[in-house]
Ligand binder design. Structure first.
Ligand SMILES: Nc1nc2c(ncn2[C@@H]2O[C@H](COP(=O)(O)OP(=O)(O)O)[C@@H](O)[C@H]2O)c(=O)[nH]1
Ligand SMILES: [Mg+2]
Length: 365
């Protein structure tokens, strides 16, 4: 084959002849039209109720949107899904970075789909909106689950405040449940207040730990221990098994010193390996017996009602706060008042009063 012949291809235009302009413009218009064509709220609800992944993803994107124009449609979608929600169990998983949360969710989630469950994995990670790091890390740790057709993985919503991110996650739970997911796993990084936020949106709270050098209980926040319904010592494999068993004893002893839980559930401590899968089925047994017990006592239902109340109040607080801090007058006066307080020219209460008077005065006028 000669080199000159090689250049001739059916895809090539004749030299000097450009394609008629009209074709490309109409093609562009068509592409833009398709792109702009957003499904209506009804179409989204319909899709979600029919377990359509694209509709679910689009619905979640709508819920997560910070564009005020999307809020109304998002609320409509949530309202349409709500009657079909609530039929799931929600499990929160926390632990310091590196403890193995994502690997555990990959193993545990795959185990649950093996039992015929439909598993949705969500994340509350207030740091991810800044770093974008953990989102990618999580998905690569969940190679199997990502491919699993009975699982759905959604990385953390980004947002300015933990309250905002948490509210979006709660609404995402509703959409996932309406799409038929019966087990919701919510991963959160053990930083700041995110555990408290996740605790108030799940039924069961699981704390992952690893065994250290015999000082297991050091550096662990009491509040987190108190929230846990189960403490699981992960990485109990290889040379680590002995240390993990030791840690289990230590945590068990410590947990018995805590006052009894309102649920009357006695938190369990177990060991597992997210890599060898040792101890995974026992964790599910623990969670199952928790659900059986709390359903029988009515605590399960009571807790969800309390959580709904909590989130209503949280949403009001959040919106009030945002509204306050977004007022141009407040923005301009805040710094001045702050300085005056720092220089001891004004008491903190007087400064707060100044700003609040400005806010309320403006609103009631
Ligand atoms: N030996 C062992 N390593 C584990 C286990 N679970 C996780 N890892 C490893 O611990 C590291 C952190 O895991 P990752 O799931 O990303 O932790 P995360 O930050 O809590 O989500 C990775 O290198 C995992 O391979 C386990 O059960 N045994
Ligand atoms: Mg992770």
């Amino acid at each position: 084959m000669s080199s000159s012949k090689k250049q001739v291809s059916s895809l090539q235009e004749k030299a000097g002849i450009s394609p008629p302009e009209i074709t490309s413009i109409s093609a562009i218009n068509q592409i833009q039209k398709n792109r702009k064509k957003q499904p209506s709220a009804e179409e989204l609800i319909d899709g979600i109720l029919n377990a359509n992944r694209t509709s679910l993803s689009r619905g979640i994107t709508l819920v997560e949107s910070t564009n005020p124009e999307h809020a109304e449609k998002a609320n409509e979608v949530i309202k349409g899904c709500l009657p079909y929600a609530n039929k799931s169990i929600r499990i929160g998983i926390t632990g310091v970075p590196g403890v193995g949360k994502s690997t555990f969710i990959e193993t545990f989630g795959t185990f649950l789909t093996g039992l015929g469950k439909n598993v949705a994995v969500l994340a509350v990670d207030p740091s991810s909106s800044l770093s974008h790091g953990s989102i990618l890390g999580d998905k690569t740790r969940m190679e199997e689950l990502v491919k699993n057709e009975n699982a759905f993985i959604r990385p953390s919503a980004s947002g300015d405040t933990l309250g905002g991110v948490a509210r979006k996650t709660r609404e995402t739970i509703i959409l996932c449940e309406a799409a038929g997911f019966d087990t919701i796993l919510i991963e959160t990084v053990g930083v700041g207040q995110s555990e408290t936020a996740v605790h108030s949106m799940v039924d069961f709270f699981l704390l992952l730990k690893i065994s250290g050098a015999g000082d297991e209980l050091q550096g662990i926040k009491r509040g987190i221990m108190e929230m846990a319904d189960a403490i699981v010592i992960n990485k109990a494999d290889g040379d680590n098994i002995k240390k993990a068993t030791q840690a289990k004893l230590e945590f068990n002893r410590a947990l018995h010193l805590f006052p009894p839980k309102k649920s009357t559930w006695q938190p369990k401590v177990t060991t597992c390996s997210a890599i060898t899968h040792e101890g995974i089925s026992e964790i599910w047994e623990t969670i199952s017996s928790y659900f059986e017990m709390t359903t029988n006592t009515g605590y399960f239902h009571e807790k969800r009602k309390d959580q709904n109340h909590f989130w209503m109040m949280e949403t009001i607080n959040e919106q009030l706060r945002l509204n306050f801090y977004n007022q141009p007058e407040i923005i301009s006066q805040l710094e001045q008042n702050k300085k005056a307080v720092q220089n001891d020219e004004l008491s903190p209460f007087a400064a707060a009063q100044n700003l609040l008077a400005l806010y309320f005065g403006k609103d009631t006028k």
